[in-house]
Every structure is written in C-alpha cells, then in structure tokens.
Write a protein that binds this ligand. Structure first.
Ligand code: OSB
Ligand code: MG
Length: 379
C-alpha cells in the first residue's frame, strides 16, 4: 500500500495536451447554512486535463467567498493558472510536480484541484479505479449527513427524522450561538440513541466554556471546530475541560497541522477534507499519522458536485477512515448532478463506489454546459 503511493510518485506525468477550466453554479434545493455563512448554490471550479484520448477531472472545494476558509474560487483560479499548471512539464514525475507545488505556500484547495485531476488521469490511463491506483481495496462507504443551520427547531427535527429514516449512520447538526444547547437537547430527547455530533464552524470562543461543557450531557460523538478557524492552541486548552471529543476541521491544512494538533492534545478526532489539505496524497498521510496516535479520522465534505463527492468516496477506502463521513446523497443537495452516476445511499446507509476507471464518474457535457457560468480553454 505504501509501495503503491511510492511508485505512483515515480511516474512521469507525460504531455498534457488539453486543459479546460469551468466555473459551474448548481443551485441547491434549499440554502445550506453554517454558523458563519449561507449558500444557495454550489459554485465550483472544475479543471479538466487531457492527454490524447485520456482525461482527468478535478473539482476545487473553495467557495466564492472566504467565510469558511481563506481560499476562494478567485484565489484558487489565480494560483492554478499562474503557479500550478505551468509546473506540469512532460518529463516530470508526479513526485516532482507535487514537490514544486510545495514552493507555493498555502493554497491547498488550488493544489488539490490539480492533484485530483492528475490522479484521475493516471488512473484512467491505466484503467484502474482511483482507490486501486492509491493501493486500497474497494469497500462500501459508511455515510453520515451534515444538516445545516435551520430556521426553526421543528424543521430541524423533521430533517433529522428524515435522515434517520434514510439510513444515515450518523447525523451532524450545525450549531451557532442561539441555536445550540436547547436545540441539541431537543434532538437528543427525540433520538436518544442516534450517533449525533455538532459542528460550530468556529462560532465560539474559550469564554463560552460553560456552554460548551453543557453539551457534554448529550453524549455527542464529537464537537467539530468550536473555536478559531485557524486555531490549535485554544482547542488544546479546551479539550481537557470537556468530556466530549473535539474534532478539528478548518484548522487542519496539512500533515504538519495534524501533528501539531495531536501533539498538543487539541482534538481526539480529525475531519479530513482532501480538498482542504492539498489533495488525496496528503489526506492519506494525515490519516496514517492519526492512526499511529490511535486517532480516528473521517472524510468531511464541501457540498461538492458529484465529481468531488466521488473523490471523497475513493478516499474513504483508505485505512483509518472508520467514522461515517459527510458524503451524503446528491439528491439532498441538487435537482440533478453534472455527473453520472450520482451518489445514492443504499437502504443500509452505505454508498457504493462508482465503478470503472478513475473516479468512476462521467461528466455529462450537456448538464455541464447548462450549469457553467464561465468557461476558459487554457490549452
Ligand atoms: O464544516 O464541514 C463543514 C459544508 C460547507 C462548508 C463547511 C462544512 C460543510 C458541511 C457539509 O458540513 C458537508 C457535505 O455535505 O458535503
Ligand atoms: Mg466542519
């Protein structure tokens, strides 16, 4: 397995002879709200790299705005075009290219987009599914769901009930000041045994300690990112004062961040969004490191289109992804997807990997055109 990655890094990328960049906008069926932002559509950069008859796609997980993370579609496009694509020279190995990317500081979402497209291309060239290219065996993926901030408690309760009925193995509810302890209490009362967690998206400060301690009585599986979006230190002060495990999301952009977080005891679980940490290879490194510390990981999501969701599914075949992730069904976000097949939940709450080479999904040209805001042929 480690060998699969090592030999992958030795492979030359070959001549990329076609590059397309799309900015798509897929309206959500209903707005998705977190403590600090609300979106009524998924706006995403899609990158396509072509090589002869083969191609690979990458979806950037940035938002149009910097409210969840500092990167935006605007900054990602700039970094991809000006600093990352120029590194794709034919004689270079994948390892060379990714090493060159490291010279660009930060900007992991932009880097992940190009990395994902390259890995999809490599896998398709070899006729291998993405998980096999990475050295992992296919397995159905255990799914959870992330429920955004709701206008009222009855609406939230109805959404949780629906999720439970559909078979999701774990429910995450977003919280924010004013929609926290009482709302969690109500959900817990109605669903006493449900694996339940909360995500605050950095809405609280250490002064909110008493409120956060109140959450301990609801036996939540974890509290995700209560404090600063880039903070590790304050979380390390908070964790020992809580019974509930903390999980970091926003603060983890690299293996080094994960090392700092675990060394300092800032969390007991890590949410790995491959797009937030610079791509699949860094995501796998983080998962492995966490395993050495006995810390379980799970795959978060960024409300991706079917393209990014497929990548997240393949990632979850890697070791140590033992907690249900946030890869929920396409149909809870979008009227239709731009790829086939869309993500569908089995009645047992698992999701099957899309079959076939690469990510296993095919971008439908007509739907892509319909949802494209801007298109640019780069090469
Ligand atoms: O914090 O995990 C988060 C969506 C957008 C931005 C941040 C987050 C989320 C989610 C949704 O929780 C996960 C998904 O369904 O893809
Ligand atoms: Mg989160």
């Amino acid at each position: 397995m480690a060998d699969a990655l090592a030999s992958l890094l030795q492979e030359t990328i070959g001549p990329v002879d076609r590059i397309d960049l799309h900015l798509v906008r897929l309206p959500y069926l209903e707005p998705f709200g977190i403590s600090v932002a609300s979106w009524d559509a998924k706006e995403a950069i899609l990158l396509r790299l072509g090589q002869g008859e083969a191609w690979g796609w990458g979806e950037c997980v940035s938002d149009p705005d910097p409210f969840y993370d500092p990167e935006t579609n605007g900054t990602a496009r700039h970094i991809i075009l000006e600093f990352l694509l120029p590194e794709l020279l034919p004689g270079r190995t994948l390892g060379d290219v990714l090493a060159r990317f490291r010279r660009v500081r930060g900007n992991p979402m932009a880097k992940a987009t190009v990395e994902n497209a390259l890995l999809d291309l490599f896998a398709r060239r070899k006729g291998l599914p993405l998980h096999a290219l990475l050295g992992f065996e296919a397995r159905p993926v255990l799914s959870g769901i992330s429920i955004g901030i709701q206008d009222s408690l009855p609406v939230l309760l109805a959404k949780v009930a629906e999720a439970v009925e559909q078979g999701y193995h774990r429910v995450k509810m977003k919280i924010m000041p004013g929609k926290d302890v009482a709302w969690v209490a109500a959900v817990r009362e109605r669903f006493p045994d449900l694996p339940l967690m909360v995500d605050a998206n950095s809405a609280y400060r250490l002064e909110h300690l008493p409120l956060l301690q109140e959450l301990d009585r609801f036996h939540l599986t974890m509290i995700e990112q209560p404090l600063g979006h880039d903070d590790i230190h304050q979380h390390s002060r908070l964790q020992p004062l809580l019974g509930t495990p903390l999980c970091l999301d926003e603060s983890i952009h690299s293996l080094e961040d994960a090392e700092a977080a675990l060394d300092l005891g800032a969390c007991r679980v890590v949410n790995i969004k491959q797009g937030r940490v610079g791509g699949l290879l860094e995501a796998i490194r983080i998962a492995r490191f966490c395993a050495t510390r006995g810390v379980p990981v799970w795959s978060g999501g960024m409300d991706e289109t079917g393209l990014g969701r497929a990548v997240n599914l393949h990632l979850q075949t890697a070791d140590n992804f033992v907690i249900p992730g946030d890869t929920s069904e396409t149909r809870r976000y979008f009227r239709e997807d731009i790829v086939d097949p869309p993500v569908v939940l089995r009645p047992d709450g698992f999701i099957d990997l899309p079959p076939g080479p690469g990510t296993g999904v095919r971008v439908d040209p007509e739907r892509l055109a319909r949802y494209t805001l801007e298109y640019r042929r780069i090469l």
